[in-house]
Design a protein around this ligand. Structure first.
Ligand code: F6P
Length: 327
């Protein structure tokens, strides 16, 4: 065990994700088990810059494992992108005698953590917490499973009304530039078509798929559109399709931030617990500037720079299967 680590800080940053609280709980309790003091930083890097830290004891993280959102609050910090902001943050951590940090977040969080841990001598280990599942170095990120369950539940409801009215629905899901949420929501909800940014889509092909469906007596259909599509969102795509093929009465539904809330699924609670636990063990083992992930059920440590820059593509076999099952 590294002798220098006595005080740990934990924070959540970027978009919240269901399961972040379970990760905070795991960090606090694993640290306490190893006789480390833990401080919670409020509002991510914003709170770090403002010196907004408070001691977290074992009982402070009781009764939170099932709660969505994050008890530590979160923010996207523009100030932390500046050298002055990071210097102020470093000074605040020194003022609280913090020896290491656990950062729970996604792409933006680890971009900041990578720069910070190269500039300053405070080790940071990351827990992947984002609904987007767009980080290399882990099979799943905390929040992804809950988000797709929420999205599927929403599409199930849309499907009822689409069926009743013989309508064509374009349903937009989140994911920023990645299509994991769309692909899994589409497969799980039996969508007629799934548009993801990783695979070049074109309106003519989409219209052809819908035409074929209509010829096969499909009376209604649901198309899942990942935000970040080159044509725009579900609204823009629906307009283009309607111009080319007006067989169906067309409607649009944007699920939006519903996907970020709610009680975490069992998978997310277990994943968050394992990763929070793993992050503290990594810090004790002297690791820094890396994200803890799980690949094929084994804990892995991936440098922040790889986690945020290496491509993680949705499985091509799943894409092919989704197309076949949507006949
Ligand atoms: O990264 C999570 C995410 O929900 C993305 O899917 C989405 O593009 C973005 O955050 C929305 O961010 P905000 O809530 O800040 O508008």
């Amino acid at each position: 065990m590294s002798n220098e680590i006595k005080r740990l800080a934990v924070f959540t940053s970027g978009g919240d994700a269901p399961g972040m609280n379970a990760a905070v709980r795991a960090v606090v309790r694993t640290a306490a088990f190893n006789d480390l003091h833990v401080y919670g930083i409020t509002r991510g890097y914003e709170g770090m810059i403002d010196g907004d830290l408070k001691r977290l004891e074992v009982r402070d993280v009781g009764n939170i494992i099932h709660r969505g959102g994050t008890i530590l609050k979160t923010a996207r910090s523009k100030r932390f992108m500046t050298p002055e902001g990071r210097k102020t943050a470093y000074e605040a951590l020194l003022a609280f005698d913090i020896d290491a940090c656990v950062a729970i977040g996604g792409n933006g969080t680890f971009t900041g953590a990578d720069v910070f841990s190269k500039e300053y001598d405070i080790p940071i280990v990351g827990v992947p917490g984002t609904i987007d599942n767009d980080l290399y170095g882990t099979d799943a990120t905390v929040g992804f499973d809950t988000a797709i369950n929420t999205a599927i539940e929403a599409v199930d409801k849309i499907r009822d009304t689409a069926d009743s009215h013989n309508r064509l629905f374009f349903v937009e899901v989140m994911g920023r530039n990645s299509g994991f949420i769309a692909l899994n929501t589409g497969i799980g909800s039996g969508a007629g078509c799934i548009l993801i940014p990783e695979i070049d889509s074109n309106i003519d092909e989409l219209v052809e798929v819908l035409r074929k469906g209509a010829r096969r007596k499909k009376l209604f259909s649901v198309v899942i559109v990942a935000e970040g599509n080159k044509y725009g969102g579900a609204t823009e795509i629906a307009e283009r399709v309607q111009e080319a093929f007006d067989h169906y009465d067309t409607k649009v539904a944007i699920i939006g931030h519903l996907q970020r809330g709610g009680s975490p699924s069992a998978l997310d609670r277990v994943l968050a617990s394992r990763l929070g636990f793993g992050a503290v063990e990594a810090i004790i083992a002297g690791k820094s500037n890396c994200m803890v992930g799980i690949i094929n059920n084994k804990i892995k440590h991936t440098p922040f720079v790889d986690a945020i820059t290496k491509n993680k593509h949705p499985n091509k076999d799943l894409v092919r299967m989704a197309e076949i099952l949507a006949i």
